[in-house]
Design a protein around this ligand. Sequence first.
Ligand SMILES: NC(=O)c1ccc[n+]([C@@H]2O[C@H](COP(=O)([O-])OP(=O)(O)OC[C@H]3O[C@@H](n4cnc5c(N)ncnc54)[C@H](O)[C@@H]3O)[C@@H](O)[C@H]2O)c1
Length: 301
Amino acid sequence: MLRDKVALVTGAGSGIGRATALAFARAGAHVAVSDIDVGNASATVDRILAAGSEACCIPADASHAHAVAELIAKTVARFGRLDCAHNNAGIESALAATADSDELDFDRTIAVNLKSVWLCMRAEIAQMLKSGGGTIVNTASVGGLVAVPQSGAYAAAKHGVIGLTRTAAIEYAQQNIRVNAICPGLTRTGMTDRLSRADPELLSAIMPPMGRMAQPDEIAQTVVFMCSDAAAYLTGQALAVDGGATAIWRACAPPFGLLRCDRQGRDEKPVRLCAARLVPVLPKHFTRDFRRVPTTRRSLQ
Ligand SMILES: NC(=O)c1ccc[n+]([C@@H]2O[C@H](COP(=O)([O-])OP(=O)(O)OC[C@H]3O[C@@H](n4cnc5c(N)ncnc54)[C@H](O)[C@@H]3O)[C@@H](O)[C@H]2O)c1
């Protein structure tokens, strides 16, 4: 699918980024593996080399302009060009409602999750223009499409990633550069392990209709598809790969609250719920009950 293409992945030392680096290599690409964590990035490279493909490790903090410029330069120095980029490095913000959230945490989350994508795209597009085109996939999140209670900075950054993606997509649509965002739902990685330790109830409370988290490779396969010629007409899109999570929320969650039903779907009553209460309510009234309840959308009183 990507034979002899050159692909770059940030945040490739772990989770979704590592899975994408491995999937790019299986698809025939030469892979520049980048992460702020040198040991983990090297481990990803070792796995690619052991499987007989080509890769190199280029440690970089994707939120620093100088480091990103060097990352692109080193990739081109090593492999001669850049065809595909997965801008994926990211962190979770501290769990806190808006009034309780911390400025340093906000700034760090925006720098790593949003500014890094802008820095990477800026350098990658400049390089791709020199060689006649390329494809970029930015990792957003379902948190770029809907609210994420207790994680305002994360949601803001991921909504911003989608804005950057759409803008670059139309700016370069006629120069053979496609730009899309992938919006993973819950995916089993270091990030979800940490969130689960911070709040043991959280993940089961927001489990999607499929009733399980994604494996990182299920996200990676979609990224490879989005970078391949099979997706030649795909640009400017934010593609949710989320086990149905946003399908429910869009169909059943009016802007000002949610309809809450009893377990059998008989005693349906409209209830206004503030964002902070969304998470505890979701499992009981959506992931279990929504199948038995008529799903036509009703407005709240
Ligand atoms: N896991 C999920 O449920 C989920 C859902 C939606 C979106 N995402 C997004 O997927 C991406 C990957 O997350 P993950 O779940 O694989 O988490 P992860 O923690 O396993 O991997 C994130 C990687 O990014 C690296 N990183 C962090 N800061 C960096 C920086 N400044 N520069 C370079 N690398 C840096 C980390 O070292 C780590 O290897 C993130 O953007 C995250 O927001 C994850």
